[in-house]
Design a protein around this ligand. Structure first.
Ligand code: NAI
Length: 343
């Protein structure tokens, strides 16, 4: 039995507690050795502690350096900043890893196996924005500053390249817009090319592609890509595009990796329209848990979990409403646990 691994658990808002319960049942069935410290954030944090990211939650992650989190709502009004952005900044979670694999064969895009690695802290998302008033129009001009640093680009690219080598990816594509944003995205491209030449040449093929062409190519022929690595805004958009290729947000997990912690989550939000109805698809969070198992050097458990998800979807045909089925979360989870137990 592996040693116990302290980890923070944030059930989150909306469907969060339902999909977290389902994921805990799967991890228990696997015998995963996490020792959970359950904490609150998001709306739940505001209600209970007056803060969407209470100090106790931050302290817990600082101690465990590892978290699994459900979706968090940022209350509109009250001047609250997004807890997700605060978590990224607090723990310098510079890499956002979003894999997308086809789980149900026979759809429009079959056999997809792609990963998007997105820079998570810099670029146009740093929030340096302002308006300039002209005459009586206070919003006459809008301005935003994007910042990419050599160090931030190199740290992210190095993480992506190491991940490509470790997971046997054959081709990495740097996605940029250096033909127009010559400095802002040129620095990322230039750093990637230099790093590849210096340290990774021959270990995988490196390709460069302009963001707009990349979006078109992903829809026409996604199989030509293997790993996409890019800056913050492009990564945000492309990772949702790639999620769409494999059946939507209910199927895609995300990992936020940093120098001081790693936080695993489903890519989707709190789905308030279906919260409490027992119909949410728990697969994205379960796949996030599989990534967490791999991060903790438990690849066999991760593989068992992925196989059980595949069998539950494709042999038992248990599918929630978002996948065109009518299976309830609890029934999907029961079928999955049975698959894990019988593996
Ligand atoms: P959403 O992802 O919550 O929902 C979009 C649509 O997808 C809804 O129709 C929902 O029912 C459906 N959906 C999402 N996850 C599903 C699942 N697991 N199973 C079945 N259907 C699912 O996006 P929305 O409505 O824009 O955001 C709702 C709230 O979530 C907002 O407060 C937003 O800020 C927050 N949010 C949090 C994120 C996070 O914590 N990582 C990410 C995205 C949004």
């Amino acid at each position: 039995m592996p040693q116990s691994i302290p980890a923070t658990l944030i059930p989150g808002d909306g469907i969060g507690p339902e999909i977290v319960d389902a994921t805990m049942a799967a991890l228990d069935a696997l015998g995963a050795p996490f020792e959970w410290d359950t904490q609150i954030a998001g709306l739940e944090g505001v209600k209970t502690a007056g803060d969407p990211l209470p100090a106790k939650t931050i302290e817990s992650i600082r101690r465990t350096r590892l978290a699994l989190k459900g979706p968090l709502e940022t209350p509109s009004g009250g001047g609250y900043r997004s807890s997700n952005v605060r978590l990224r900044e607090e723990f310098k979670l510079y890499a956002n890893l979003r894999p997308a694999r086809t789980l149900i064969p026979g759809g429009r895009f079959d056999n997809i196996d792609l990963v998007v690695v997105r820079e998570n802290l810099e670029g146009l998302y740093i929030g340096h924005e302002h308006y300039i008033q002209i005459d009586d129009d206070p919003h006459a001009v809008a301005m935003a500053t994007g910042v990419n640093t050599r160090q931030g680009s190199r740290r992210l690219l190095e993480y992506a390249f190491e991940h490509a080598v470790a997971t046997g990816r054959k081709k990495v594509s740097i996605v940029h817009k250096a033909n127009i944003m010559k400095a802002l995205t040129g620095i990322f491209l230039e750093t990637g090319l230099e790093l590849y030449e210096r340290k990774y040449k021959g270990r995988f093929t490196l390709d460069t592609v302009i963001i707009d062409a990349c979006a078109m190519k992903l829809v026409l022929n996604p199989w030509q890509f293997d790993m996409l690595v890019t800056t913050n805004l492009f990564g945000d958009i492309l990772s949702d595009l790639v999620a769409g290729l494999v059946g939507g947000l209910g199927m895609t997990p995300g990992a936020n990796i940093g120098a001081n912690a790693a936080i695993f989550e489903a890519v989707h939000g709190s789905a308030p329209d279906i919260a409490g109805k027992g119909v949410a698809n728990p697969i994205a969070l379960m796949l996030a848990a599989a990534m967490m198992l791999e991060h903790c050097h438990l690849p066999h458990m991760a593989a068992r979990l992925r196989t059980a998800i595949d069998q539950t979807l494709n042999i038992d045909k248990a599918r929630t409403g978002d996948l065109g089925g009518s299976t309830r979360t609890a029934d999907f989870t029961r079928a999955l646990v049975r698959r894990i137990a019988n593996a």
